[in-house]
Design a protein around this ligand. Structure first.
Ligand SMILES: C[S@@+](CC[C@H](N)C(=O)[O-])C[C@H]1O[C@@H](n2cnc3c(N)ncnc32)[C@H](O)[C@@H]1O
Length: 222
């Protein structure tokens, strides 16, 4: 079974403020996310690890009436998503893991934003990617946002991240967070991410976005 990184207490309640401060261009990424789906105009989008529903809010904000299923194992995160997305009849929110979703129901697009770096590369990352792939039609667009890079790339891009952070974060907070990213989060180099995607039944992913250590990737289900 996939490892679960539960977001609880202040980590959940302060999440929206946290991402805006600590992930430069997070808002910009979310703003253009729906455009990536314009061409394929999917009818059913699966948003894995939807957290507080930020990406879903973008996907349903445009005039397109895409049906969006958001799934997340953290009760406190999905509760916030429910509040944020109240009234949208085209949104379905599920507190669960992807493995709990029926395999017969197929989606024609999916996202996995800021989740993969919590899973070890001991089969857990691959398992999640496969579980997502199993629920997608052939040709479905799959968009990821994740911390990616080899040791040197992460080290150098953490220096860039430091430069991009808001002025009101203290040096001590920055040192603590950057140290955690470098030593505790489970990022993989770009070629390893590509290999995992291919093994899970996707095409080799294309990097279309980067903000310091955070990279946006897109691929399609084979
Ligand atoms: C950093 S948040 C990202 C939330 C949202 N996608 C965003 O970009 O703002 C990570 C989310 O992944 C969820 N998560 C943790 N382990 C997971 C797993 N094995 N499968 C799916 N989601 C998971 C957590 O509950 C949390 O809400």
């Amino acid at each position: 079974m996939s490892k679960v990184e539960l977001f609880e207490n202040e980590r959940a309640s302060g999440y929206d403020q946290f991402v805006e401060a600590w992930i430069p261009n997070y808002r910009y990424f979310l703003d253009f996310l729906p455009k990536l789906f314009w061409d394929s105009d999917p009818s059913e989008i699966l948003v894995v690890g939807c957290g507080t529903g930020n990406e879903i809010q973008q996907l349903v904000a445009k005039e397109k009436k895409w049906n969006v299923t958001g799934i997340d194992p953290s009760p406190e995160m999905i509760q916030q998503a429910r509040q944020k997305l109240e009234g949208y009849t085209n949104v379905r929110l599920i507190e669960a893991l992807v493995s709990d979703l029926e395999v017969d129901r197929k989606y024609d697009a999916a996202t996995l934003l800021l989740v993969l770096h919590f899973l070890e590369d001991n089969g857990s990352k691959l398992e999640l990617l496969k579980q997502i792939g199993d629920r997608l039609i052939s040709g479905a667009l799959f968009v990821m946002l994740d911390i990616t890079g080899d040791e040197r790339m992460i080290r150098e891009n953490l220096k860039i991240l430091r430069l991009l952070l808001p002025d009101d974060i203290t040096e001590e907070q920055i040192d603590h967070r950057l140290n955690r990213i470098q030593k505790e989060l489970l990022h993989v180099p770009e070629d390893r991410l590509a290999a995992l995607c291919v093994e899970a039944g996707f095409e080799a992913p294309v990097r279309f976005f980067q903000s310091a250590i955070y990279m946006g990737w897109m691929t399609r289900k084979k």
